[in-house]
Design a binder for this molecule. Structure first.
Ligand SMILES: *[C@@H]1O[C@H](CO)[C@@H](O)[C@H](O)[C@H]1NC(C)=O
Ligand SMILES: *[C@@H]1O[C@H](CO)[C@@H](O)[C@H](O)[C@H]1NC(C)=O
Length: 260
């Protein structure tokens, strides 16, 4: 099956930062995100997580993308939690229906969020000194990391990130309230030299295994074609499209992706 071969090839060559950037982009693509997209997200993120202990000198673009993906997912998370609260207040029978799928979306979303945090944690734990741009990006968005500090699903994975945030925040204090980004980056690089690695907790290395689902094409073919239809600027007669539904207006395949 061409597409699944594509995915596994992609994962094999995935040891370069460029690919890391693309994978983050691919995850971004589907940020308007339902549980159907889990398939794509988890594969891209599993590949990233696999590589993350080898990441060195991530450039600022990739670092920002990773953190941006995290903050997008955080926003989606708060919206979804609000929706679930709201529908809990609706009349009983209506709300049960809505809540079922919302709760499912929430659990998928949390799983994806956790994988992003795993990528960040493992990059920082393995090569903090060689990734000043990533430290910069997480410092820049530190509130969003603080948000989940007490959340049971993310507590453990946030510990190292928190340690890093605290260490560098203290080092940045002398720079005053409005430091230039150049000064901040230099301070991060200098402070990184004296950071003691043993402050970070280590457990066995992160490995995700790519297990192919029974029929990945059910998800990938309509999904990829819907992306081609919506994003390629090529004309396809909309009345003849059978593979995916146009009603939703976005790239959503009619055939449900495997979420198990
Ligand atoms: C954080 O990353 C390190 C290095 O990859 C790993 O040993 C540790 O288990 C990770 N922490 C969590 C909570 O997964
Ligand atoms: C992650 O790495 C392991 C071992 O190196 C490999 O078997 C697995 O296929 C990789 N997973 C992905 C998603 O790249």
């Amino acid at each position: 099956m061409l597409l699944s071969r594509l995915v596994s090839t992609c994962m094999r060559i995935a040891f370069t930062v460029t690919v890391a950037g693309h994978l983050v982009t691919a995850s971004h693509f589907v940020c308007r995100f339902t549980s159907q997209d889990k398939y794509l997200h988890t594969n891209c993120l599993a590949a990233l997580a696999n590589m993350s202990s080898e990441f060195t000198n991530l450039n600022s673009f990739v670092a920002q993308k990773v953190v941006h993906l995290y903050s997008q997912l955080c926003k989606r998370h708060s919206r979804l939690v609000d929706q679930i609260r709201a529908s809990a207040m609706m009349s009983q029978d209506q709300s049960q229906l809505a809540e079922g799928s919302e709760l499912q979306d929430l659990s998928v979303l949390e799983e994806v969020l956790r994988m992003v945090l795993e990528v960040i944690n493992s990059t920082l734990t393995s090569h903090l000194q060689h990734n000043p741009h990533l430290v910069y990006s997480i410092l820049y968005n530190r509130e969003q990391f603080a948000m989940f500090r007490a959340h049971p699903t993310f507590q453990d994975i946030l510990q190292n990130i928190d340690t890093v945030l605290n260490y560098f925040s203290t080092r940045l204090e002398p720079l005053g309230t409005n430091p230039s980004s150049k000064d901040v980056l230099q301070t991060i690089k200098d402070a990184g030299m004296t950071f003691k690695k043993d402050k970070l907790k280590k457990f066995p290395e992160l490995k995700f295994k790519y297990v192919e689902e029974e029929s990945p094409e059910e998800f990938f073919i309509p999904y990829v074609w819907s992306l081609v239809y919506h994003c390629s600027n090529l004309y396809f007669n909309p009345t003849r499209i059978l593979l995916f539904s146009l009603n939703t207006g976005t790239a959503e395949p009619t055939v449900a992706g495997k979420t198990g």
